[in-house]
Structures are given as C-alpha cells and as structure tokens.
Design a binder for this molecule. Sequence first.
Ligand code: ZN
Ligand code: ZN
Length: 265
Amino acid sequence: MVADARGNRRGLPSGLSRLSGLLSRCADFLLPPGCAACGGPAARDAGAGGGSVCQNCALGLPPVPHPWCRRCGAPLGTGEAPSCLECADWPDQLGEARALCLLESPARELVHALKYHGWRGVGDFMGSEMARSAPESVRRAHMVVPVPTSGRNVRRRGYNQAEVIAHSLADALDLPLLTCLERRRQKGTQTSLNPMERRANVKEAFVLAGTGLSLVTGRRIVLVDDVITTGATVLAAVEALRAGAPGSIVAYAFARTVPMSLEVN
Ligand SMILES: [Zn+2]
Ligand SMILES: [Zn+2]
C-alpha cells in the first residue's frame, strides 16, 4: 500500500483488487466462517454437515414439548384437549408426522441458512441429526421422498432444501431416495398466507411423476421437508403420492412450528 501526492492511499490495482475479493469469497465458501446458527467456531469432526454447526447449537436444538399428538406430533399444550384438531381430517395413508425439533433458535437460524443463504452443508447436518433420532416408523420405511420446491427457488438457491435433507437422511438410514414428486404450479409465496389460504394455495400443488407411480405402490414412504407449519404442504404431497397407492406414509421434518391455537404472546 502506498500514498499518492494528495495523501490518498492507493491499494491494489483494480483488477488485482477484484481478484483478491473473489479469492476471499472463495475462501469463505471453502472454509465457512463459523456456525450457521450462532457464528461461533463450528465443529469440524461431527459427521455429515457437522462443520456447519457448532456443538452448542447441535446440542441445543429445542425439543418438541410433551405431551404431543401421537399421530401428527403437534404439541398439545396442557394435554387437557380431548383430541387433536390438527390431524382430525388427515387421510388414512398418512400414518404420522414427526419433527426433530421446534422451529425456534437455533433451529430457526439453521433453516434460514439452508433456505435463504445457500448454506447447503446445514441440510446434511439436519438429515444426519434426523436419522440419529428417527422414530421406528421412519426406520422401517422402504424409501425417502423429498417435498419438491418450485423451479424458481431451486434456480435461485441451486438446490431443493428438502432434497438435501432427504438425501442425507436416506444415506444415513441406508434407504433409497426417490424424487418422484414434481411441483405443478406456484401461486406466490406461502409465508404471508393464513392457514386456510395456505391449504388452498398448495392443494394439487404436486404431481407424482409417471416413473414414480409403480415404484411407490404398496411401499412405506418417508416424506421429508425442512419445516412443517400447518401441514398443508405435507397433505398436498400425500395427495399426490396417493395416485401411486403407497402402503403408508410418514412425514418427517427437521423442525415444526407450534400450532397457532397454542401460541402464547
Ligand atoms: Zn452455533
Ligand atoms: Zn394430531
């Protein structure tokens, strides 16, 4: 670095400066700066995707509080409700839904890192953690099917986040991954809609690809998504899978929200 006649410091020539910026971005990509949730030093030896998440955050994923519905996994609050309203109208094929943790910190930050910041390794971490805590219904499955995301989102991000998670889960459980669902149409984003609007928006959103029709028949399927909110997306995916007459379906997500009826504040 030198100073010119006016005392302004002159750095690298612009071409070199651009190159230096590029190299620095490459280094960030190759050597992630830290934990995807808290930014602290990340673990380097914690298995698939472990380098993306520090030990504290990995151990601090908030569990879904008991008691929860045995079918849909939704927390039941005080447990005094006579029955769960969340899954009352589910089709028979959808045996149960489970999530590894609640969508609260640090799980929320991890979902954001995977979904919006292109941090793919976080999906590997999620899938391997989900495999480690997989319920019996997931372990007994024949195949893993990811919920598809819109082509626009895949192009922007470079991947379908549910597929990254499903791939890692399938690997860890030694199950085949079948990407047999396709998204049929997309009307805007889900995030700003209320539960009824969400359900209407995603109904018939998916279609079972021709090759998947015979492959799922009579099989036990694990349907994987990053987050379960209202269950509308899961139900739409189940609806599409039913065209192939699967034996049973269990939905398994990294995180879930608390039903709106139980939300405090
Ligand atoms: Zn952390
Ligand atoms: Zn339920």
